[in-house]
Each structure stands twice: as C-alpha cells, then as structure tokens.
Design a protein around this ligand. Structure first.
Ligand code: GAR
Length: 196
C-alpha cells in the first residue's frame, strides 16, 4: 500500500476528492494532510474525514523558504510518504525540497499546461479567447508548473464565462482527474490519462 501525503493551502476540495477515492482496492492511502496555513478550510475537512493533519504557518518565516520547508518537512518525513500530492498548495518549493521527492510528487494545475503556468489561469484563458480550458496533473520538477504530464481534462469555454464560472467547471473536472491519475500512478502507470 502506497502512503500519500497531501499538501494544501486552501479549501481542500481536491484533497477530499483524493482522500475519498483511496478506499477498497485502491493501491494507496492518505497518511497526512499538511498545510502552510493553519486557517485553511481544508484542515477542518481533513478532521471531518478523520485524517491526520499538520499546519506550519509560512508567514513567520518571511523569505526564509528553507526554514519553512525544514519545519513542514519534519512531520511529512515522520509520516513516511511514498507519494506527495500537491492539491492547491500555493507555496513555491525550493529545488532541494523537490529533489527529495523526485519522481514521486504530483501537482494539479488549473490550466491545460504548457499553457498558463502560474496564477490567474482562467482569466488568462478567457482574455486569450481560448475555446477550451482545463486542468493538468503533472510531476513536480524544479521548474514551476512544468514536468511530465500524467493527465488532463478539458472543458469548453462558454461565451458568458467569467473567471469564476470557468474555475468552478474546471474544479469539477479536477475532482475527476486527480483521483484517476493518482490511482494509476500509485499502481506504477505513468502513461498520460486524457479525459474529455
Ligand atoms: C485548484 O483549482 C487547484 O488546481 C489550484 O488551486 C485550487 C485549489 O482548490 N492550484 C493552483 O492554482 C496551483 N498553482 P482546492 O483547495 O479546493 O483543492
């Protein structure tokens, strides 16, 4: 059984979708939910699901990324994860942190990478006049929102879409895509899963 740590910063809806998928014959289980924000709504949701969680506030560390990462790394390592899932985790990780989990850290990003790495993905897709948007699960490498793609799901953009309406439809697809990709990844299958 693979041990999965999920890192969150906010609402944690992807964390919930992942956690609820890891049941029965699924080859993985959640062993820790970790957040850089003690106020993250996802921590309460983790508690409701009976999942162990830890929060390390990044703010007192200021620009000391290494200090923050050392503090959050200790409980993560203590939980002995095989796989790390970033699920709405909004801190950029240092190369040293990424290297430690090389080949076993996944992220979900709300765009069809390689389009729109970084922030404000939905607004950028609308401003570009794109016909479709979506989300990507990829391996985390030292380049932000880059790395081998393990899956994508697409949604059609509607003429009346706003960043908020588009985000909601994409988030719905994230909840389908991330659990499906994790299940494959945990069983050793890294071939991309393209959902329509
Ligand atoms: C999701 O849309 C996720 O793709 C995005 O944050 C949201 C988190 O929602 N992640 C990023 O933008 C990463 N750069 P959640 O907390 O409800 O899962």
């Amino acid at each position: 059984m693979k041990r999965v740590a999920i890192l969150i910063s906010g609402g944690g809806s992807n964390m919930v979708a992942l956690a609820q998928s890891m049941r029965g014959d699924h080859p993985a289980r959640v062993i820790l939910v970790a957040s850089n924000d003690p106020g993250a709504a996802g921590l309460a949701r983790a508690a409701t699901l009976g999942l162990p969680s830890v929060a390390v506030d990044h703010r007192p560390f200021g620009r000391d990324r290494e200090g923050f990462e050392a503090a959050i790394l200790a409980p993560i390592l203590a939980a002995r994860p095989d796989i790390i899932c970033l699920a709405g985790f909004m801190r950029v990780l240092t190369p040293a942190f990424v290297a430690r989990f090389q080949g076993r850290m996944l992220n979900i990003h709300p765009s069809l990478l390689p389009k729109y790495p970084g922030l404000h993905t939905h607004r950028r897709a609308l401003e570009a006049g794109d016909a479709e948007a979506g989300c990507t699960v990829h391996e985390v490498t030292q380049i932000l929102d880059d790395g081998p793609i393990f899956g994508q799901a697409r949604v059609a953009i509607r003429p009346d879409d706003t960043p908020a309406t588009l985000a909601a439809r994409v988030l719905h697809e994230e909840h389908r895509l991330y659990p499906a990709v994790l299940r494959r990844f945990a069983s050793g299958d890294r071939t991309p899963l393209m959902l329509t």
